[in-house]
Design a protein around this ligand. Sequence first.
Ligand code: TPP
Ligand code: MG
Length: 190
Amino acid sequence: MVFFGDGAVQAGQFTESINIATLWKLPVLFVCENNGFAEFSPRSAHTNVERVSDVVAPYELPRETVDGNEVAQVWAQFGRMLAGVRAGEGPALLECLTHRLRGHYEGDPDKYREAVSKADWQEKDPLLRLQRQGAADGWLGEAEPAELEAAARAEVDEAVVAARQSPFPGPEVAAAYVRPGVVRSGGTAA
Ligand SMILES: Cc1ncc(C[n+]2csc(CCOP(=O)(O)OP(=O)(O)O)c2C)c(N)n1
Ligand SMILES: [Mg+2]
């Protein structure tokens, strides 16, 4: 599974990766977070192809564009594609349309996108939407949103402490999480 921004798509490595992944039917789920900006440039400044899912059309892999701020939609499409990839049907590409509420980096003056309404996008915050949906449908239970947030923050804080206290991992740890044995016809094990 690889995650990348729309800015990576105009680099040659993207097309090269899609090409070889489809040619060798590799089990890869490509997930693009398309927020319409690559650093400070709007997508229209560096390509005529608006949708990343259209960029890969000639390679004939399963490709979908979803509302990336709609958790249920992302989850459902992600599940369908992952099942196909795991079943050996070859790679797939999921494009999640979203927005970057803050600049490209901390301290970015963020002067290049006055046209975009931040207030509109703040309303589309995926967590907010999910929370509202959960309250409306009744599956969120009795807990107040503030309590849920505090519990989630505490869990993250604990994980940060555990990570900082852990010894630095050696190279063998990286290898431990790579599943060997994907053999391509005429090729070597990947
Ligand atoms: C291999 C490589 N090429 C170019 C760059 C320079 N660079 C840094 S960020 C960026 C664009 C990133 O766009 P995106 O992934 O959409 O991220 P966003 O701006 O939305 O946060 C580029 C081209 C880089 N860091 N690495
Ligand atoms: Mg981007």
